[in-house]
Design a protein around this ligand. Structure first.
Ligand SMILES: *[C@@H]1O[C@H](CO)[C@@H](O)[C@H](O)[C@H]1NC(C)=O
Ligand SMILES: *[C@@H]1O[C@H](CO)[C@@H](O)[C@H](O)[C@H]1NC(C)=O
Ligand SMILES: *[C@@H]1O[C@H](CO)[C@@H](O)[C@H](O)[C@H]1NC(C)=O
Ligand SMILES: CC(=O)N[C@H]1CO[C@H](CO)[C@@H](O)[C@@H]1O
Length: 533
């Protein structure tokens, strides 16, 4: 896992983006419904169920028999289809309950409900539920907001009302623009046109930004607008950014959304608990991070140059400032940095997780700009983290590998090398630590078998991506640079057989380690128990 462990589920999910190429991973537990339905068949329901609407902590509890009644009685109903055993559902539950309470209090008749999809197979089938949790707004609309109480409230309110405030005069317009750090206003010649409709749709989706819309010519004139235009007004950077609409071409919803998201971010975003969801939510895959110690004046002054360089890459590379004193300190280890390494720059692609390091110490706008361009142009080699080689790395039965000695040891043509990629905090790794030591002991004098381990949180190996801990890879002797992933039982006997047999196990000898996983209720492979990244 990595990057930083936050108490907030949302931030945690988002934080994975700097940890692993895992955007969206873990958002829903997909494809579990098959077993669920099988379980359902076993469980015969005996009790007679009425259409009564009961609630649990302000959340309506729906089933096949009261569903229609709930839809009939509530103007807008957000329904969560969940499975009791699903981890993401459990994480969402308290947030959902809290949002339900807030909305119920405001007597807007916006209600939250839930359906245990493992029980209610008829409803799940009707609404095509294939993963958990799934939230649907009735009139059925997919939930697209953030998964915390504030996000749910914002989203429900946006869906309930007009997505953009209709602006009629200069005063109310100025007031709206002044009311938030970022306000988006659409200036249209006519509100019935196609452009305005697309604008309304976009406003309906981007629930954390305030939108206004107008067709008044005097307002367009006041803000220097001469054709249909969407303006992002902000209290920072360039204050107003215009997106003039091409009268020939159809306004593209995606393009407009992207423009608004990109231009509502500050040119340089400081990484804090408040901004991290915006930073990752912008879906800009390249991030350039400047690590500084803000209490040091000379480092603080670098931000000006950084900002100057950022302008040319807007929308393509997100420039992020990280103060090593604050929230940013949590991120340092993920880049193999210590606070005294500041000031320093790292470029990261959050999809591939490739990191790049600027060789020079020159932080001028020009140097930062050309480094960024060089990375984009593929002219800079990725940087792989490595600890220093410990002096006694080969003194114990289990050899200690780091990035710097990996190539030489693992790809040694005369040796068969079995490597455990682990994380210091991972429970499954700790559970198998002693058997790995025993294995090392058993083969310590062997002429060509090497047992080794590598802390994969501090060392990165080119072309080897670790998706969970522990991961065991076998590198057989020979010139082919082969790598075989070991996926069988983690005991001394099976390991030994695997090694004696030259890196394969006879099929019938494969042992299933964790029987409770056989039915696929755990995300890991049936034969593995490991902590996912
Ligand atoms: C609902 O309103 C009551 C009374 O005003 C208040 O005590 C309670 O905290 C509110 N609940 C929520 C979830 O906002
Ligand atoms: C930042 O710099 C100040 C002043 O030199 C120093 O006292 C502080 O320890 C530094 N912060 C970190 C996290 O290293
Ligand atoms: C990694 O993969 C690339 C592309 O297949 C290859 O050119 C490169 O030599 C590999 N690097 C190592 C260290 O194996
Ligand atoms: C629903 C299902 O696949 N159940 C299986 C779960 O695993 C046990 C033990 O392997 C089997 O006996 C069940 O048939």
């Amino acid at each position: 896992m990595g990057y930083f462990k936050s108490h907030l589920v949302l931030v945690l999910l988002l934080s994975l983006a700097w940890v692993a190429p895992s955007w969206g991973e873990g958002e829903e537990d997909q494809g579990k419904e098959v077993e669920v339905q099988q379980k359902e068949e076993v469980k015969e329901k005996e009790e007679v169920i009425s259409a009564e609407l009961l609630e649990e902590d302000d959340v309506l509890v729906l089933h096949q028999h009261n569903f229609d009644r709930a839809l009939h009685e509530h103007r807008l109903l957000l329904v969560k289809f969940y499975a009791p055993w699903c981890g993401h559902c459990q994480a969402l539950a308290p947030e959902y309950t809290q949002a339900a309470g807030i909305l119920k209090n405001e007597s807007l008749d916006l209600r939250l409900a839930k359906v245990d999809a493992t029980e209610e197979t008829v409803l799940s089938a009707e609404f095509g539920i294939t993963g958990y949790p799934v939230l649907k707004l009735f009139r059925p609309t997919d939930y697209t907001g953030a998964r915390d109480s504030q996000g749910i409230v914002l989203w429900m309110k946006r869906k309930a009302g007009a997505s953009a405030t209709l602006l009629q005069d200069k005063d109310s317009t100025a007031e709206l623009i002044d009311s938030h750090d970022v306000v988006v206003v659409g200036f249209f010649k006519e509100l019935q046109g196609e452009g305005a409709q697309v604008f309304y749709e976009v406003a309906s989706d981007i629930v954390d930004i305030t939108f206004g819309i107008t067709e008044k010519v005097e307002l367009s004139q006041k803000y220097g607008i001469t054709q249909d235009t969407v303006c992002v007004f902000k209290k920072f950077d360039e204050k107003q950014t215009d997106f003039p609409l091409d009268s020939e071409q159809r306004l593209d919803k995606e393009e407009l959304s992207r423009f608004i998201v990109v231009h509502s971010l500050e040119l340089v975003m400081e990484f804090t608990s408040k901004t991290s969801s915006k930073i990752f939510g912008a879906k800009i895959l390249n991030h350039l991070l400047l690590f500084i110690n803000k209490t040091v004046e000379s480092q603080l002054e670098m931000v000006g140059n950084f900002r100057e360089a950022a302008a040319a890459f807007r929308g393509q590379v997100l420039f992020v400032l990280i103060d090593v004193n604050g929230y940013g300190a949590n991120v340092l280890h993920f880049f193999g940095l210590k606070s005294h390494d500041a000031p320093t720059l790292r470029f990261i692609n959050i999809e591939t997780n490739r990191k790049y390091c600027m060789a020079s110490e020159d932080f001028s706008a020009q140097a930062v700009g050309s480094f960024t361009q060089d990375v984009l142009d593929g002219k800079v080699k990725p940087h792989f983290m490595s600890k220093e080689i410990p002096e006694d790395w080969d003194k114990q039965p289990v050899k200690v590998l780091v990035g710097k000695n990996f190539e030489k040891v693992a790809f040694d043509e005369t040796k068969n090398v079995f490597v455990k990629f682990y994380a210091p905090w991972c429970a499954h790794c700790k559970a198998m630590a002693s058997v790995w030591e025993e294995l090392g002991e058993k083969y310590k004098d062997h002429e060509n078998i090497i047992i080794a381990k590598l802390d994969a949180t501090a060392n990165e190996i080119e072309n080897i991506t670790i998706h969970g801990y522990p991961t065991l890879h076998y590198f057989p002797a020979g010139p082919d640079r082969k790598m075989i992933e070991y996926k069988s039982a983690r005991d001394l006997e099976t390991f030994s057989k695997f090694l004696e047999n030259g890196g394969i196990l006879p099929m019938e000898k494969e042992v299933v380690e964790t029987p409770e996983d056989v039915n696929g209720t755990s995300p890991s492979d049936a034969t593995e128990a490991r902590d996912e990244l």
